[in-house]
Design a binder for this molecule. Structure first.
Ligand SMILES: [Zn+2]
Length: 336
């Protein structure tokens, strides 16, 4: 049986328990990312300032690891480093610009509350190293960060000070590991995202990007906490993010393009769009994303038309999706 699933259908229970992150392994199998010093000699900051129109991220890590029979998550950086490096290499071969480390939820609060059993320092340094080892000349590595999995007070138990400290620690470790920049993504709570951006900026001198997971593109775009796309773009820019945008969430690529348009109206910063391969369908209690690579690439093309400069894939995307995206959106000299 295949049932239509709302990406956020289970959220209220998790939100009440303060264990929002516990459903990440099923709904956000994108635990990995990307690279730093360019072979062309350009730093990430210089790339940002360049006239490059469209810049490519990689695709999902978690689903790829799942296909290898591994549990998704950053702990693989320590327990199965060869598999993680291989997935990075497969994406690096797709003609992308930025690899994202496999460190999405590898902050101290999440590791300890979920008893993941890895050392926060080891797992983040390994994550940075593996992506760096896979990066090709001209590719950059971004250190990946996301939620602590706990709601901030007064909705949950975590103080903003403790959240800030755990983000500061992870950002510092990723910086030490040699990433070119940081990306804070798959954030459902704008307040937590702003906290993470500020902490990351305090911890390092690296460029910090920030991306929100939206529940819907309707009503001005809404997070589960009720913030609009405009709210998010303005607040993240105000916190010091150099690139803002959207990834994951309960929206398809065309709906994400609508969110990009809304953000474009309120910020001149570069905008990220990393949609899932469609909306998830519940199969055997797991969300499956089955949009074809060509269909996905067409949706990302619309995101670019609507103002996105940084594009990639989130849940359910594979090297086929990323190749299709790069192929469609890379200018071909012969066509000019
Ligand atoms: Zn996702």
């Amino acid at each position: 049986m295949v049932a239509k699933a709302s990406f956020f259908s289970n959220l209220p229970a998790y939100a009440r328990s303060g264990q929002l992150i516990s459903w990440y392994p099923e709904i956000a199998p994108r635990f990995l990312c990307c690279p730093r010093k360019m072979g062309n000699g350009m730093s990430l900051a210089e790339l940002l300032a360049s006239d490059r129109k469209t810049i490519f991220f990689d695709g999902a890590m978690g689903t790829r690891l799942g296909e290898l029979g591994l549990e998704m998550g950053g702990q693989n950086n320590v327990t199965n480093p060869d598999a993680v490096r291989d997935v990075h290499r497969q994406y690096a071969a797709c003609g992308i610009d930025l690899l994202i480390t496999n460190t999405l939820t590898m902050n101290r609060v999440n590791i300890e509350s979920h008893k993941i059993g890895v050392d926060v320092r080891d797992v983040n340094l390994a994550g940075a190293r593996l992506a760096r080892e896979a990066a090709r000349e001209g590719q950059y590595v971004l250190g990946d960060m996301s939620s602590t999995g706990k709601m901030l007070k007064p909705y949950g138990q975590l103080s903003e000070e403790d959240a800030y400290e755990t983000f500061r620690e992870q950002a510092s470790l990723l910086g030490e590991g040699g990433v070119d920049g940081l990306i804070i993504e798959t954030m459902f709570d704008l307040r937590e995202a702003v906290c993470a951006v500020r902490a990351a900026k305090e911890a390092t001198e690296l460029p910090v990007m920030a991306s929100i997971a939206f529940k819907t593109a309707a009503n001005g775009g809404r997070t589960i906490m009720g913030n609009t796309a405009r709210d998010c773009a303005e607040a993240l820019a105000g916190a010091g993010a150099v690139v803002v945008g959207a990834n994951c969430g309960n929206v398809d690529p065309l709906e994400m393009a609508e969110l990009v348009s809304m953000m474009r109206e309120v910020t001149s910063l570069p905008i990220i769009a990393q949609p899932n391969a469609g909306k998830g369908t519940l199969v055997d209690k797991r969300l499956v994303f089955d949009m074809s690579p060509d269909h996905f690439a067409g949706g990302v093309e619309q995101c670019v038309k609507d103002g996105a400069r940084f594009v990639g894939g989130c849940c359910g995307t594979s090297t086929a999706h990323i190749k299709a995206m790069v192929e469609l959106l890379t200018p071909h000299p012969s066509a000019q």
